[in-house]
Design a protein around this ligand. Structure first.
Ligand code: ASP
Length: 324
């Protein structure tokens, strides 16, 4: 039996301990642990890497703390448009959606694109119509609305910029009226290796606060935000999407492994701490290889992340050091 492993992220950015309350930290920890459990329990029962990344990502999408599904940020016209993708390292099949609205779990729609259509990427209205035809769950606008995210949008509009949501909040000390549940950060993703030696990755996001509506980030671009190939690695990224697209970040890790013969950790280090830094591509990524090795790297202050494997490793982290 192959060693199996699941790693997840809930977004990277300027996430500092000094801006975090104990209560908030505990909520994130719980969210990360729940997502790890959702995916890892499946791996333990013999499910595929693909099923595990789907379950872990759905758990994070349903958690309003993270910027995906329910917790998605606002576009510049005050709506949510979500991007997601998934890839199977065994078959190199992939599915993705971009700029979709009212979809409860965009990663499930990406999975449906992969398994029920001849296409890889569907966008906007066409993707939503496809969702309807395939029984994908939708939710009304209210499901995605939160006052905190709306306030974040107003703040970004005043500055005329778009931002990673964790960075908007980091500048911004929690106001006294703000509750734990109001502070929501982070694109989400998962990468897994199953007991059969197959790997897969998935990513889902609301994108960047105050993004131009219609903007598509790296999370739905196969090769940039998500990539999986049994020969090399499965990767899910988070960070400044435009730079991750320009760096073709996830595929670059795979190429370094394939053509230079270097390890997952070393390849991720080149992309995250050298290539992306040179492009001012703030963020990070998680990944696995087909022997069950996993890595979680970021060039920002922090990244919500977790890892669980069949050797008994079970860790979550937010800041540079892992949580005790
Ligand atoms: N990469 C995402 C995007 O640019 C944002 C994030 O990772 O938080 O849409």
């Amino acid at each position: 039996m192959n060693k199996f492993a699941l790693t997840i992220h809930g977004g990277a950015g300027t996430i500092l301990k000094k801006n975090m309350t104990q209560e908030r930290e505990a909520s994130y920890r719980k969210g990360l642990e729940e997502a790890l459990k959702a995916g890892y329990d499946l791996l333990e029962k013999g499910a595929s890497a693909l099923e595990a990344v789907l379950a872990a990502t759905v758990s994070l999408e349903d958690n309003a703390l993270f910027n995906a599904g329910k917790g998605s940020v606002f576009t510049n016209d005050g709506r949510q448009e979500m991007d997601a993708s998934i890839m199977d390292g065994k078959t190199l099949m992939a599915g993705a959606v971009a700029a979709v609205r009212n979809i409860r779990n965009p990663v499930q729609l990406a999975y449906a694109v992969m398994t029920k259509s001849p296409h890889v990427l569907l966008i906007g209205k066409g993707a939503e119509e496809f969702a309807g035809q395939n029984g994908i769950k939708t939710e009304p606008d209210e499901y995605f609305f939160s006052q905190f995210r709306y306030d974040q949008l107003k703040k970004m509009q005043a500055s005329g910029k778009a931002a990673l949501d964790h960075n908007v909040s980091a500048d911004d000390k929690a106001s006294s009226s703000e509750t734990t549940a109001d502070r929501k950060f982070g694109t989400v993703g998962a990468a897994a290796c199953d007991r059969y030696g197959n790997i897969a990755a998935a990513t889902s996001t609301g994108g960047m606060t105050n993004k131009q509506w219609g903007r598509v980030g790296d999370s739905s671009i196969i090769g940039s935000g998500t990539y999986a190939n049994n020969k090399t690695c499965a990767i899910s990224c988070t960070g400044y999407g435009e730079m991750f697209i320009r760096a073709v970040a996830a595929y670059d890790v795979s190429c370094l492994m394939e053509y230079k013969g270097i390890t997952l950790q070393d390849a991720m280090n080149v992309v995250v701490n050298d290539k992306l830094v040179k492009l001012e591509g703030d963020g990070g990524m998680i990944g696995v290889d087909a022997t069950g090795n996993a890595a979680m790297l970021f060039n920002s202050e922090g990244m919500y992340r977790g890892i669980k494997n069949s050797d008994g490793l079970n860790e979550v982290g937010i800041y540079r050091e892992l949580l005790k």
